[in-house]
Design a protein around this ligand. Structure first.
Ligand code: SAM
Length: 280
């Protein structure tokens, strides 16, 4: 039994199967669906078998006005679902002003957990997840972009950014200027056919993408690892050392170093030196 409230409903970020049973139940029970773009969401709702339901747009331009309509609907016993084009509403998507206005009006808001590109990328990044900072989209202008990246130069947490294919190379180049050895995970087209996760240091990633420009397309989440101090940097991690030691028993040193570097973000040169010391 779905109670009267505003429900925050995450929707898939690429793979249509990534929607919870509860999200479908709420959408099917809704008396009103507030969508970032009603035409875009109608396609998903049709695929989910959500029948004819009243829909209104709720986006950055009108969400404060929509708050009154949505509050009235819930107060009259209705069930309202808020959805964005993809993923979790409010995470670099509209909804914050609406929830804030409803909270002031003491209208019940129920959040549903579900797909979110930032969390999906963080989990794939192989970077520390014990604490992290989500910074949404980076500024467009170079000066502000560099300032933002400078602000995490000495950060001891993992940082997650959303980025567009048009700007990703420039962003990586600016990050390289700030910290050339920074370990990053670039998560592309997650949950879709061409999903690719690149884990390496920022300089190697730039080289790779320059050589594979056809891969600079689609949607990206950039996950930037914590700052590594020079002392920490001198040491290869134990896991990298032990993986490399095992791998060079059955494959070429160069190949093993490449794989371990891709997986751990450790420098290929350092891995190579270590592998040679083992061979000696
Ligand atoms: N609210 C959404 C969420 O919870 O993921 C994010 C909305 S934001 C407007 C869209 C950005 O999220 C994209 O530009 C991209 O940076 C990231 N994104 C969304 N889907 C993605 C995917 N399948 N793979 C990689 N990044 C994705």
């Amino acid at each position: 039994m779905i109670e009267s409230a505003l429900y925050i409903v995450p929707t898939p970020i690429g793979n249509l199967d990534d929607i919870t049973l509860r999200a479908i139940e709420v959408l099917k029970s809704a008396t009103l669906i507030a969508a970032e773009d009603t035409r875009h969401s109608k396609i998903l709702l049709d695929k989910l078998g959500v029948g004819a339901v009243k829909m209104i747009s709720c986006n950055d331009h009108n969400e404060e006005q929509r708050a009154q309509i949505i509050a009235n609907e819930v107060q009259a016993g209705g069930i309202v679902a808020l959805i964005s084009d993809a993923g979790t509403p409010m995470i670099s998507d509209p909804g914050y002003k609406l929830v804030s206005a409803l909270s002031e009006k003491k209208v019940k808001v129920v959040p549903l957990p579900g797909p979110c590109a930032a969390i999906t990328a963080l989990c794939a990044s192989a970077l520390p997840t014990d604490k992290f900072l989500f910074m949404g989209f980076l500024p467009v202008k170079d000066k502000e972009l560099t300032q933002k990246l400078e602000s995490i130069r000495l950060s001891d947490t993992t940082t997650v950014f959303y980025e567009s294919p048009r700007r990703i190379m420039n962003t990586l180049e600016k990050l390289q200027q700030v910290d050339p050895k920074r370990v990053v995970a670039l998560c592309r087209e997650m949950t879709k056919t061409f999903e690719t996760i690149y884990r390496t240091n920022v300089s190697d990633l730039i080289t790779y993408l320059q050589e594979h420009s056809d891969e600079v397309r689609g949607e990206f989440v950039l996950v930037v690892g914590p700052h590594i101090s020079d002392e920490q940097d001198d040491e290869l991690s134990d896991s990298a050392k032990s993986a490399l030691a095992k791998m060079i028993t059955s494959m070429k040193v160069k190949e093993a170093c490449q794989i371990v570097s891709d997986l751990t973000g450790e420098s290929k040169n350092k891995l190579y030196d270590y592998a040679l010391s083992l061979k000696d």
